[in-house]
Write a protein that binds this ligand. Structure first.
Ligand code: CA
Length: 231
């Protein structure tokens, strides 16, 4: 079955060209031209991925993303046009899975979409898998089912957050550079911005750590990257 992508973009010429290219690649598309419409379609029409522009009439992309995340874990790629917006995407706990900066090439956009959709496929597959719970101190990670519990309480992680945690935890103590993590966890070598890794680590810490400014699980190796440690 073809995957359904929701394009939330008010500039019709940009929306049209993205739609054309996605359909050429075999995706089904939905289009919304303002933030309110985008939010209602993201929640009502069950897309497999949302491509969300930041600058939108009625409700901006940041607000839409936050609202989507209150009830849905659908992959969201934010589309930013300015450096200030990137800072905001990185600085806030928005819950976006990825972002792409205008102007972007269609090739780059397709790579991002494919990388994020693939994660969803994997999650669908995981539902039928037997559970494989591994314990890391007071953390339980079900490697096959995208479930994490801390002191018995389930944590709500996005697929990407889960995969990053799993990847680091399995290799407990081993330090990975941002570039390595981008390649291994995100799966695209050439298009990713390494700051994507920092954003995801920050969000993961918010959910995982008692005090995200003093992490006990996901550790920073200054100048090198990140590693997992059980407290
Ligand atoms: Ca716009």
């Amino acid at each position: 079955m073809s995957k359904k992508i929701l394009i939330v973009e008010d500039e019709k010429s940009i929306s049209d060209i993205i739609k054309f290219n996605l359909e050429k690649e075999g995706y089904e598309t939905l289009t919304a031209y303002d933030g309110e419409e985008g939010l209602s379609m993201a929640l009502g029409d069950k897309p497999d991925l949302v491509l969300l522009d930041v600058m939108l009439p009625k409700m901006d992309g940041f607000a839409v993303c936050k609202k989507i995340r209150e009830t849905s874990l659908v992959p969201v790629i934010m589309v930013t046009a300015k450096e200030e917006e990137i800072d905001k995407v990185l600085g806030l706990e928005l819950g976006a899975d990825d972002y792409i900066t205008k102007p972007f090439s269609m090739r780059e956009l397709m790579a991002r979409i494919k990388a994020n959709i693939r994660r969803t496929d994997f999650a669908d597959l995981a539902k039928d898998n037997p559970s494989d719970v591994q314990e890391f101190g007071n953390l339980e990670i079900d490697m096959n089912r995208f479930e994490v519990r801390k002191n018995g309480t389930p944590l709500e992680l996005t697929q990407r957050e889960f995969e990053l945690l799993k990847y680091l935890a399995v290799a407990e103590g081993r330090v990975f550079s941002r570039e390595q993590l981008l390649e291994e966890v995100w799966g695209y070598e050439y298009y990713g911005d390494i700051r994507t890794v920092d954003v995801t680590v920050r969000r993961l810490r918010e959910k995982l750590e008692d005090d995200s400014s003093d992490p006990k699980y996901i550790m920073t190796k200054r100048g090198i990257g990140y590693y997992f440690r059980r407290p």
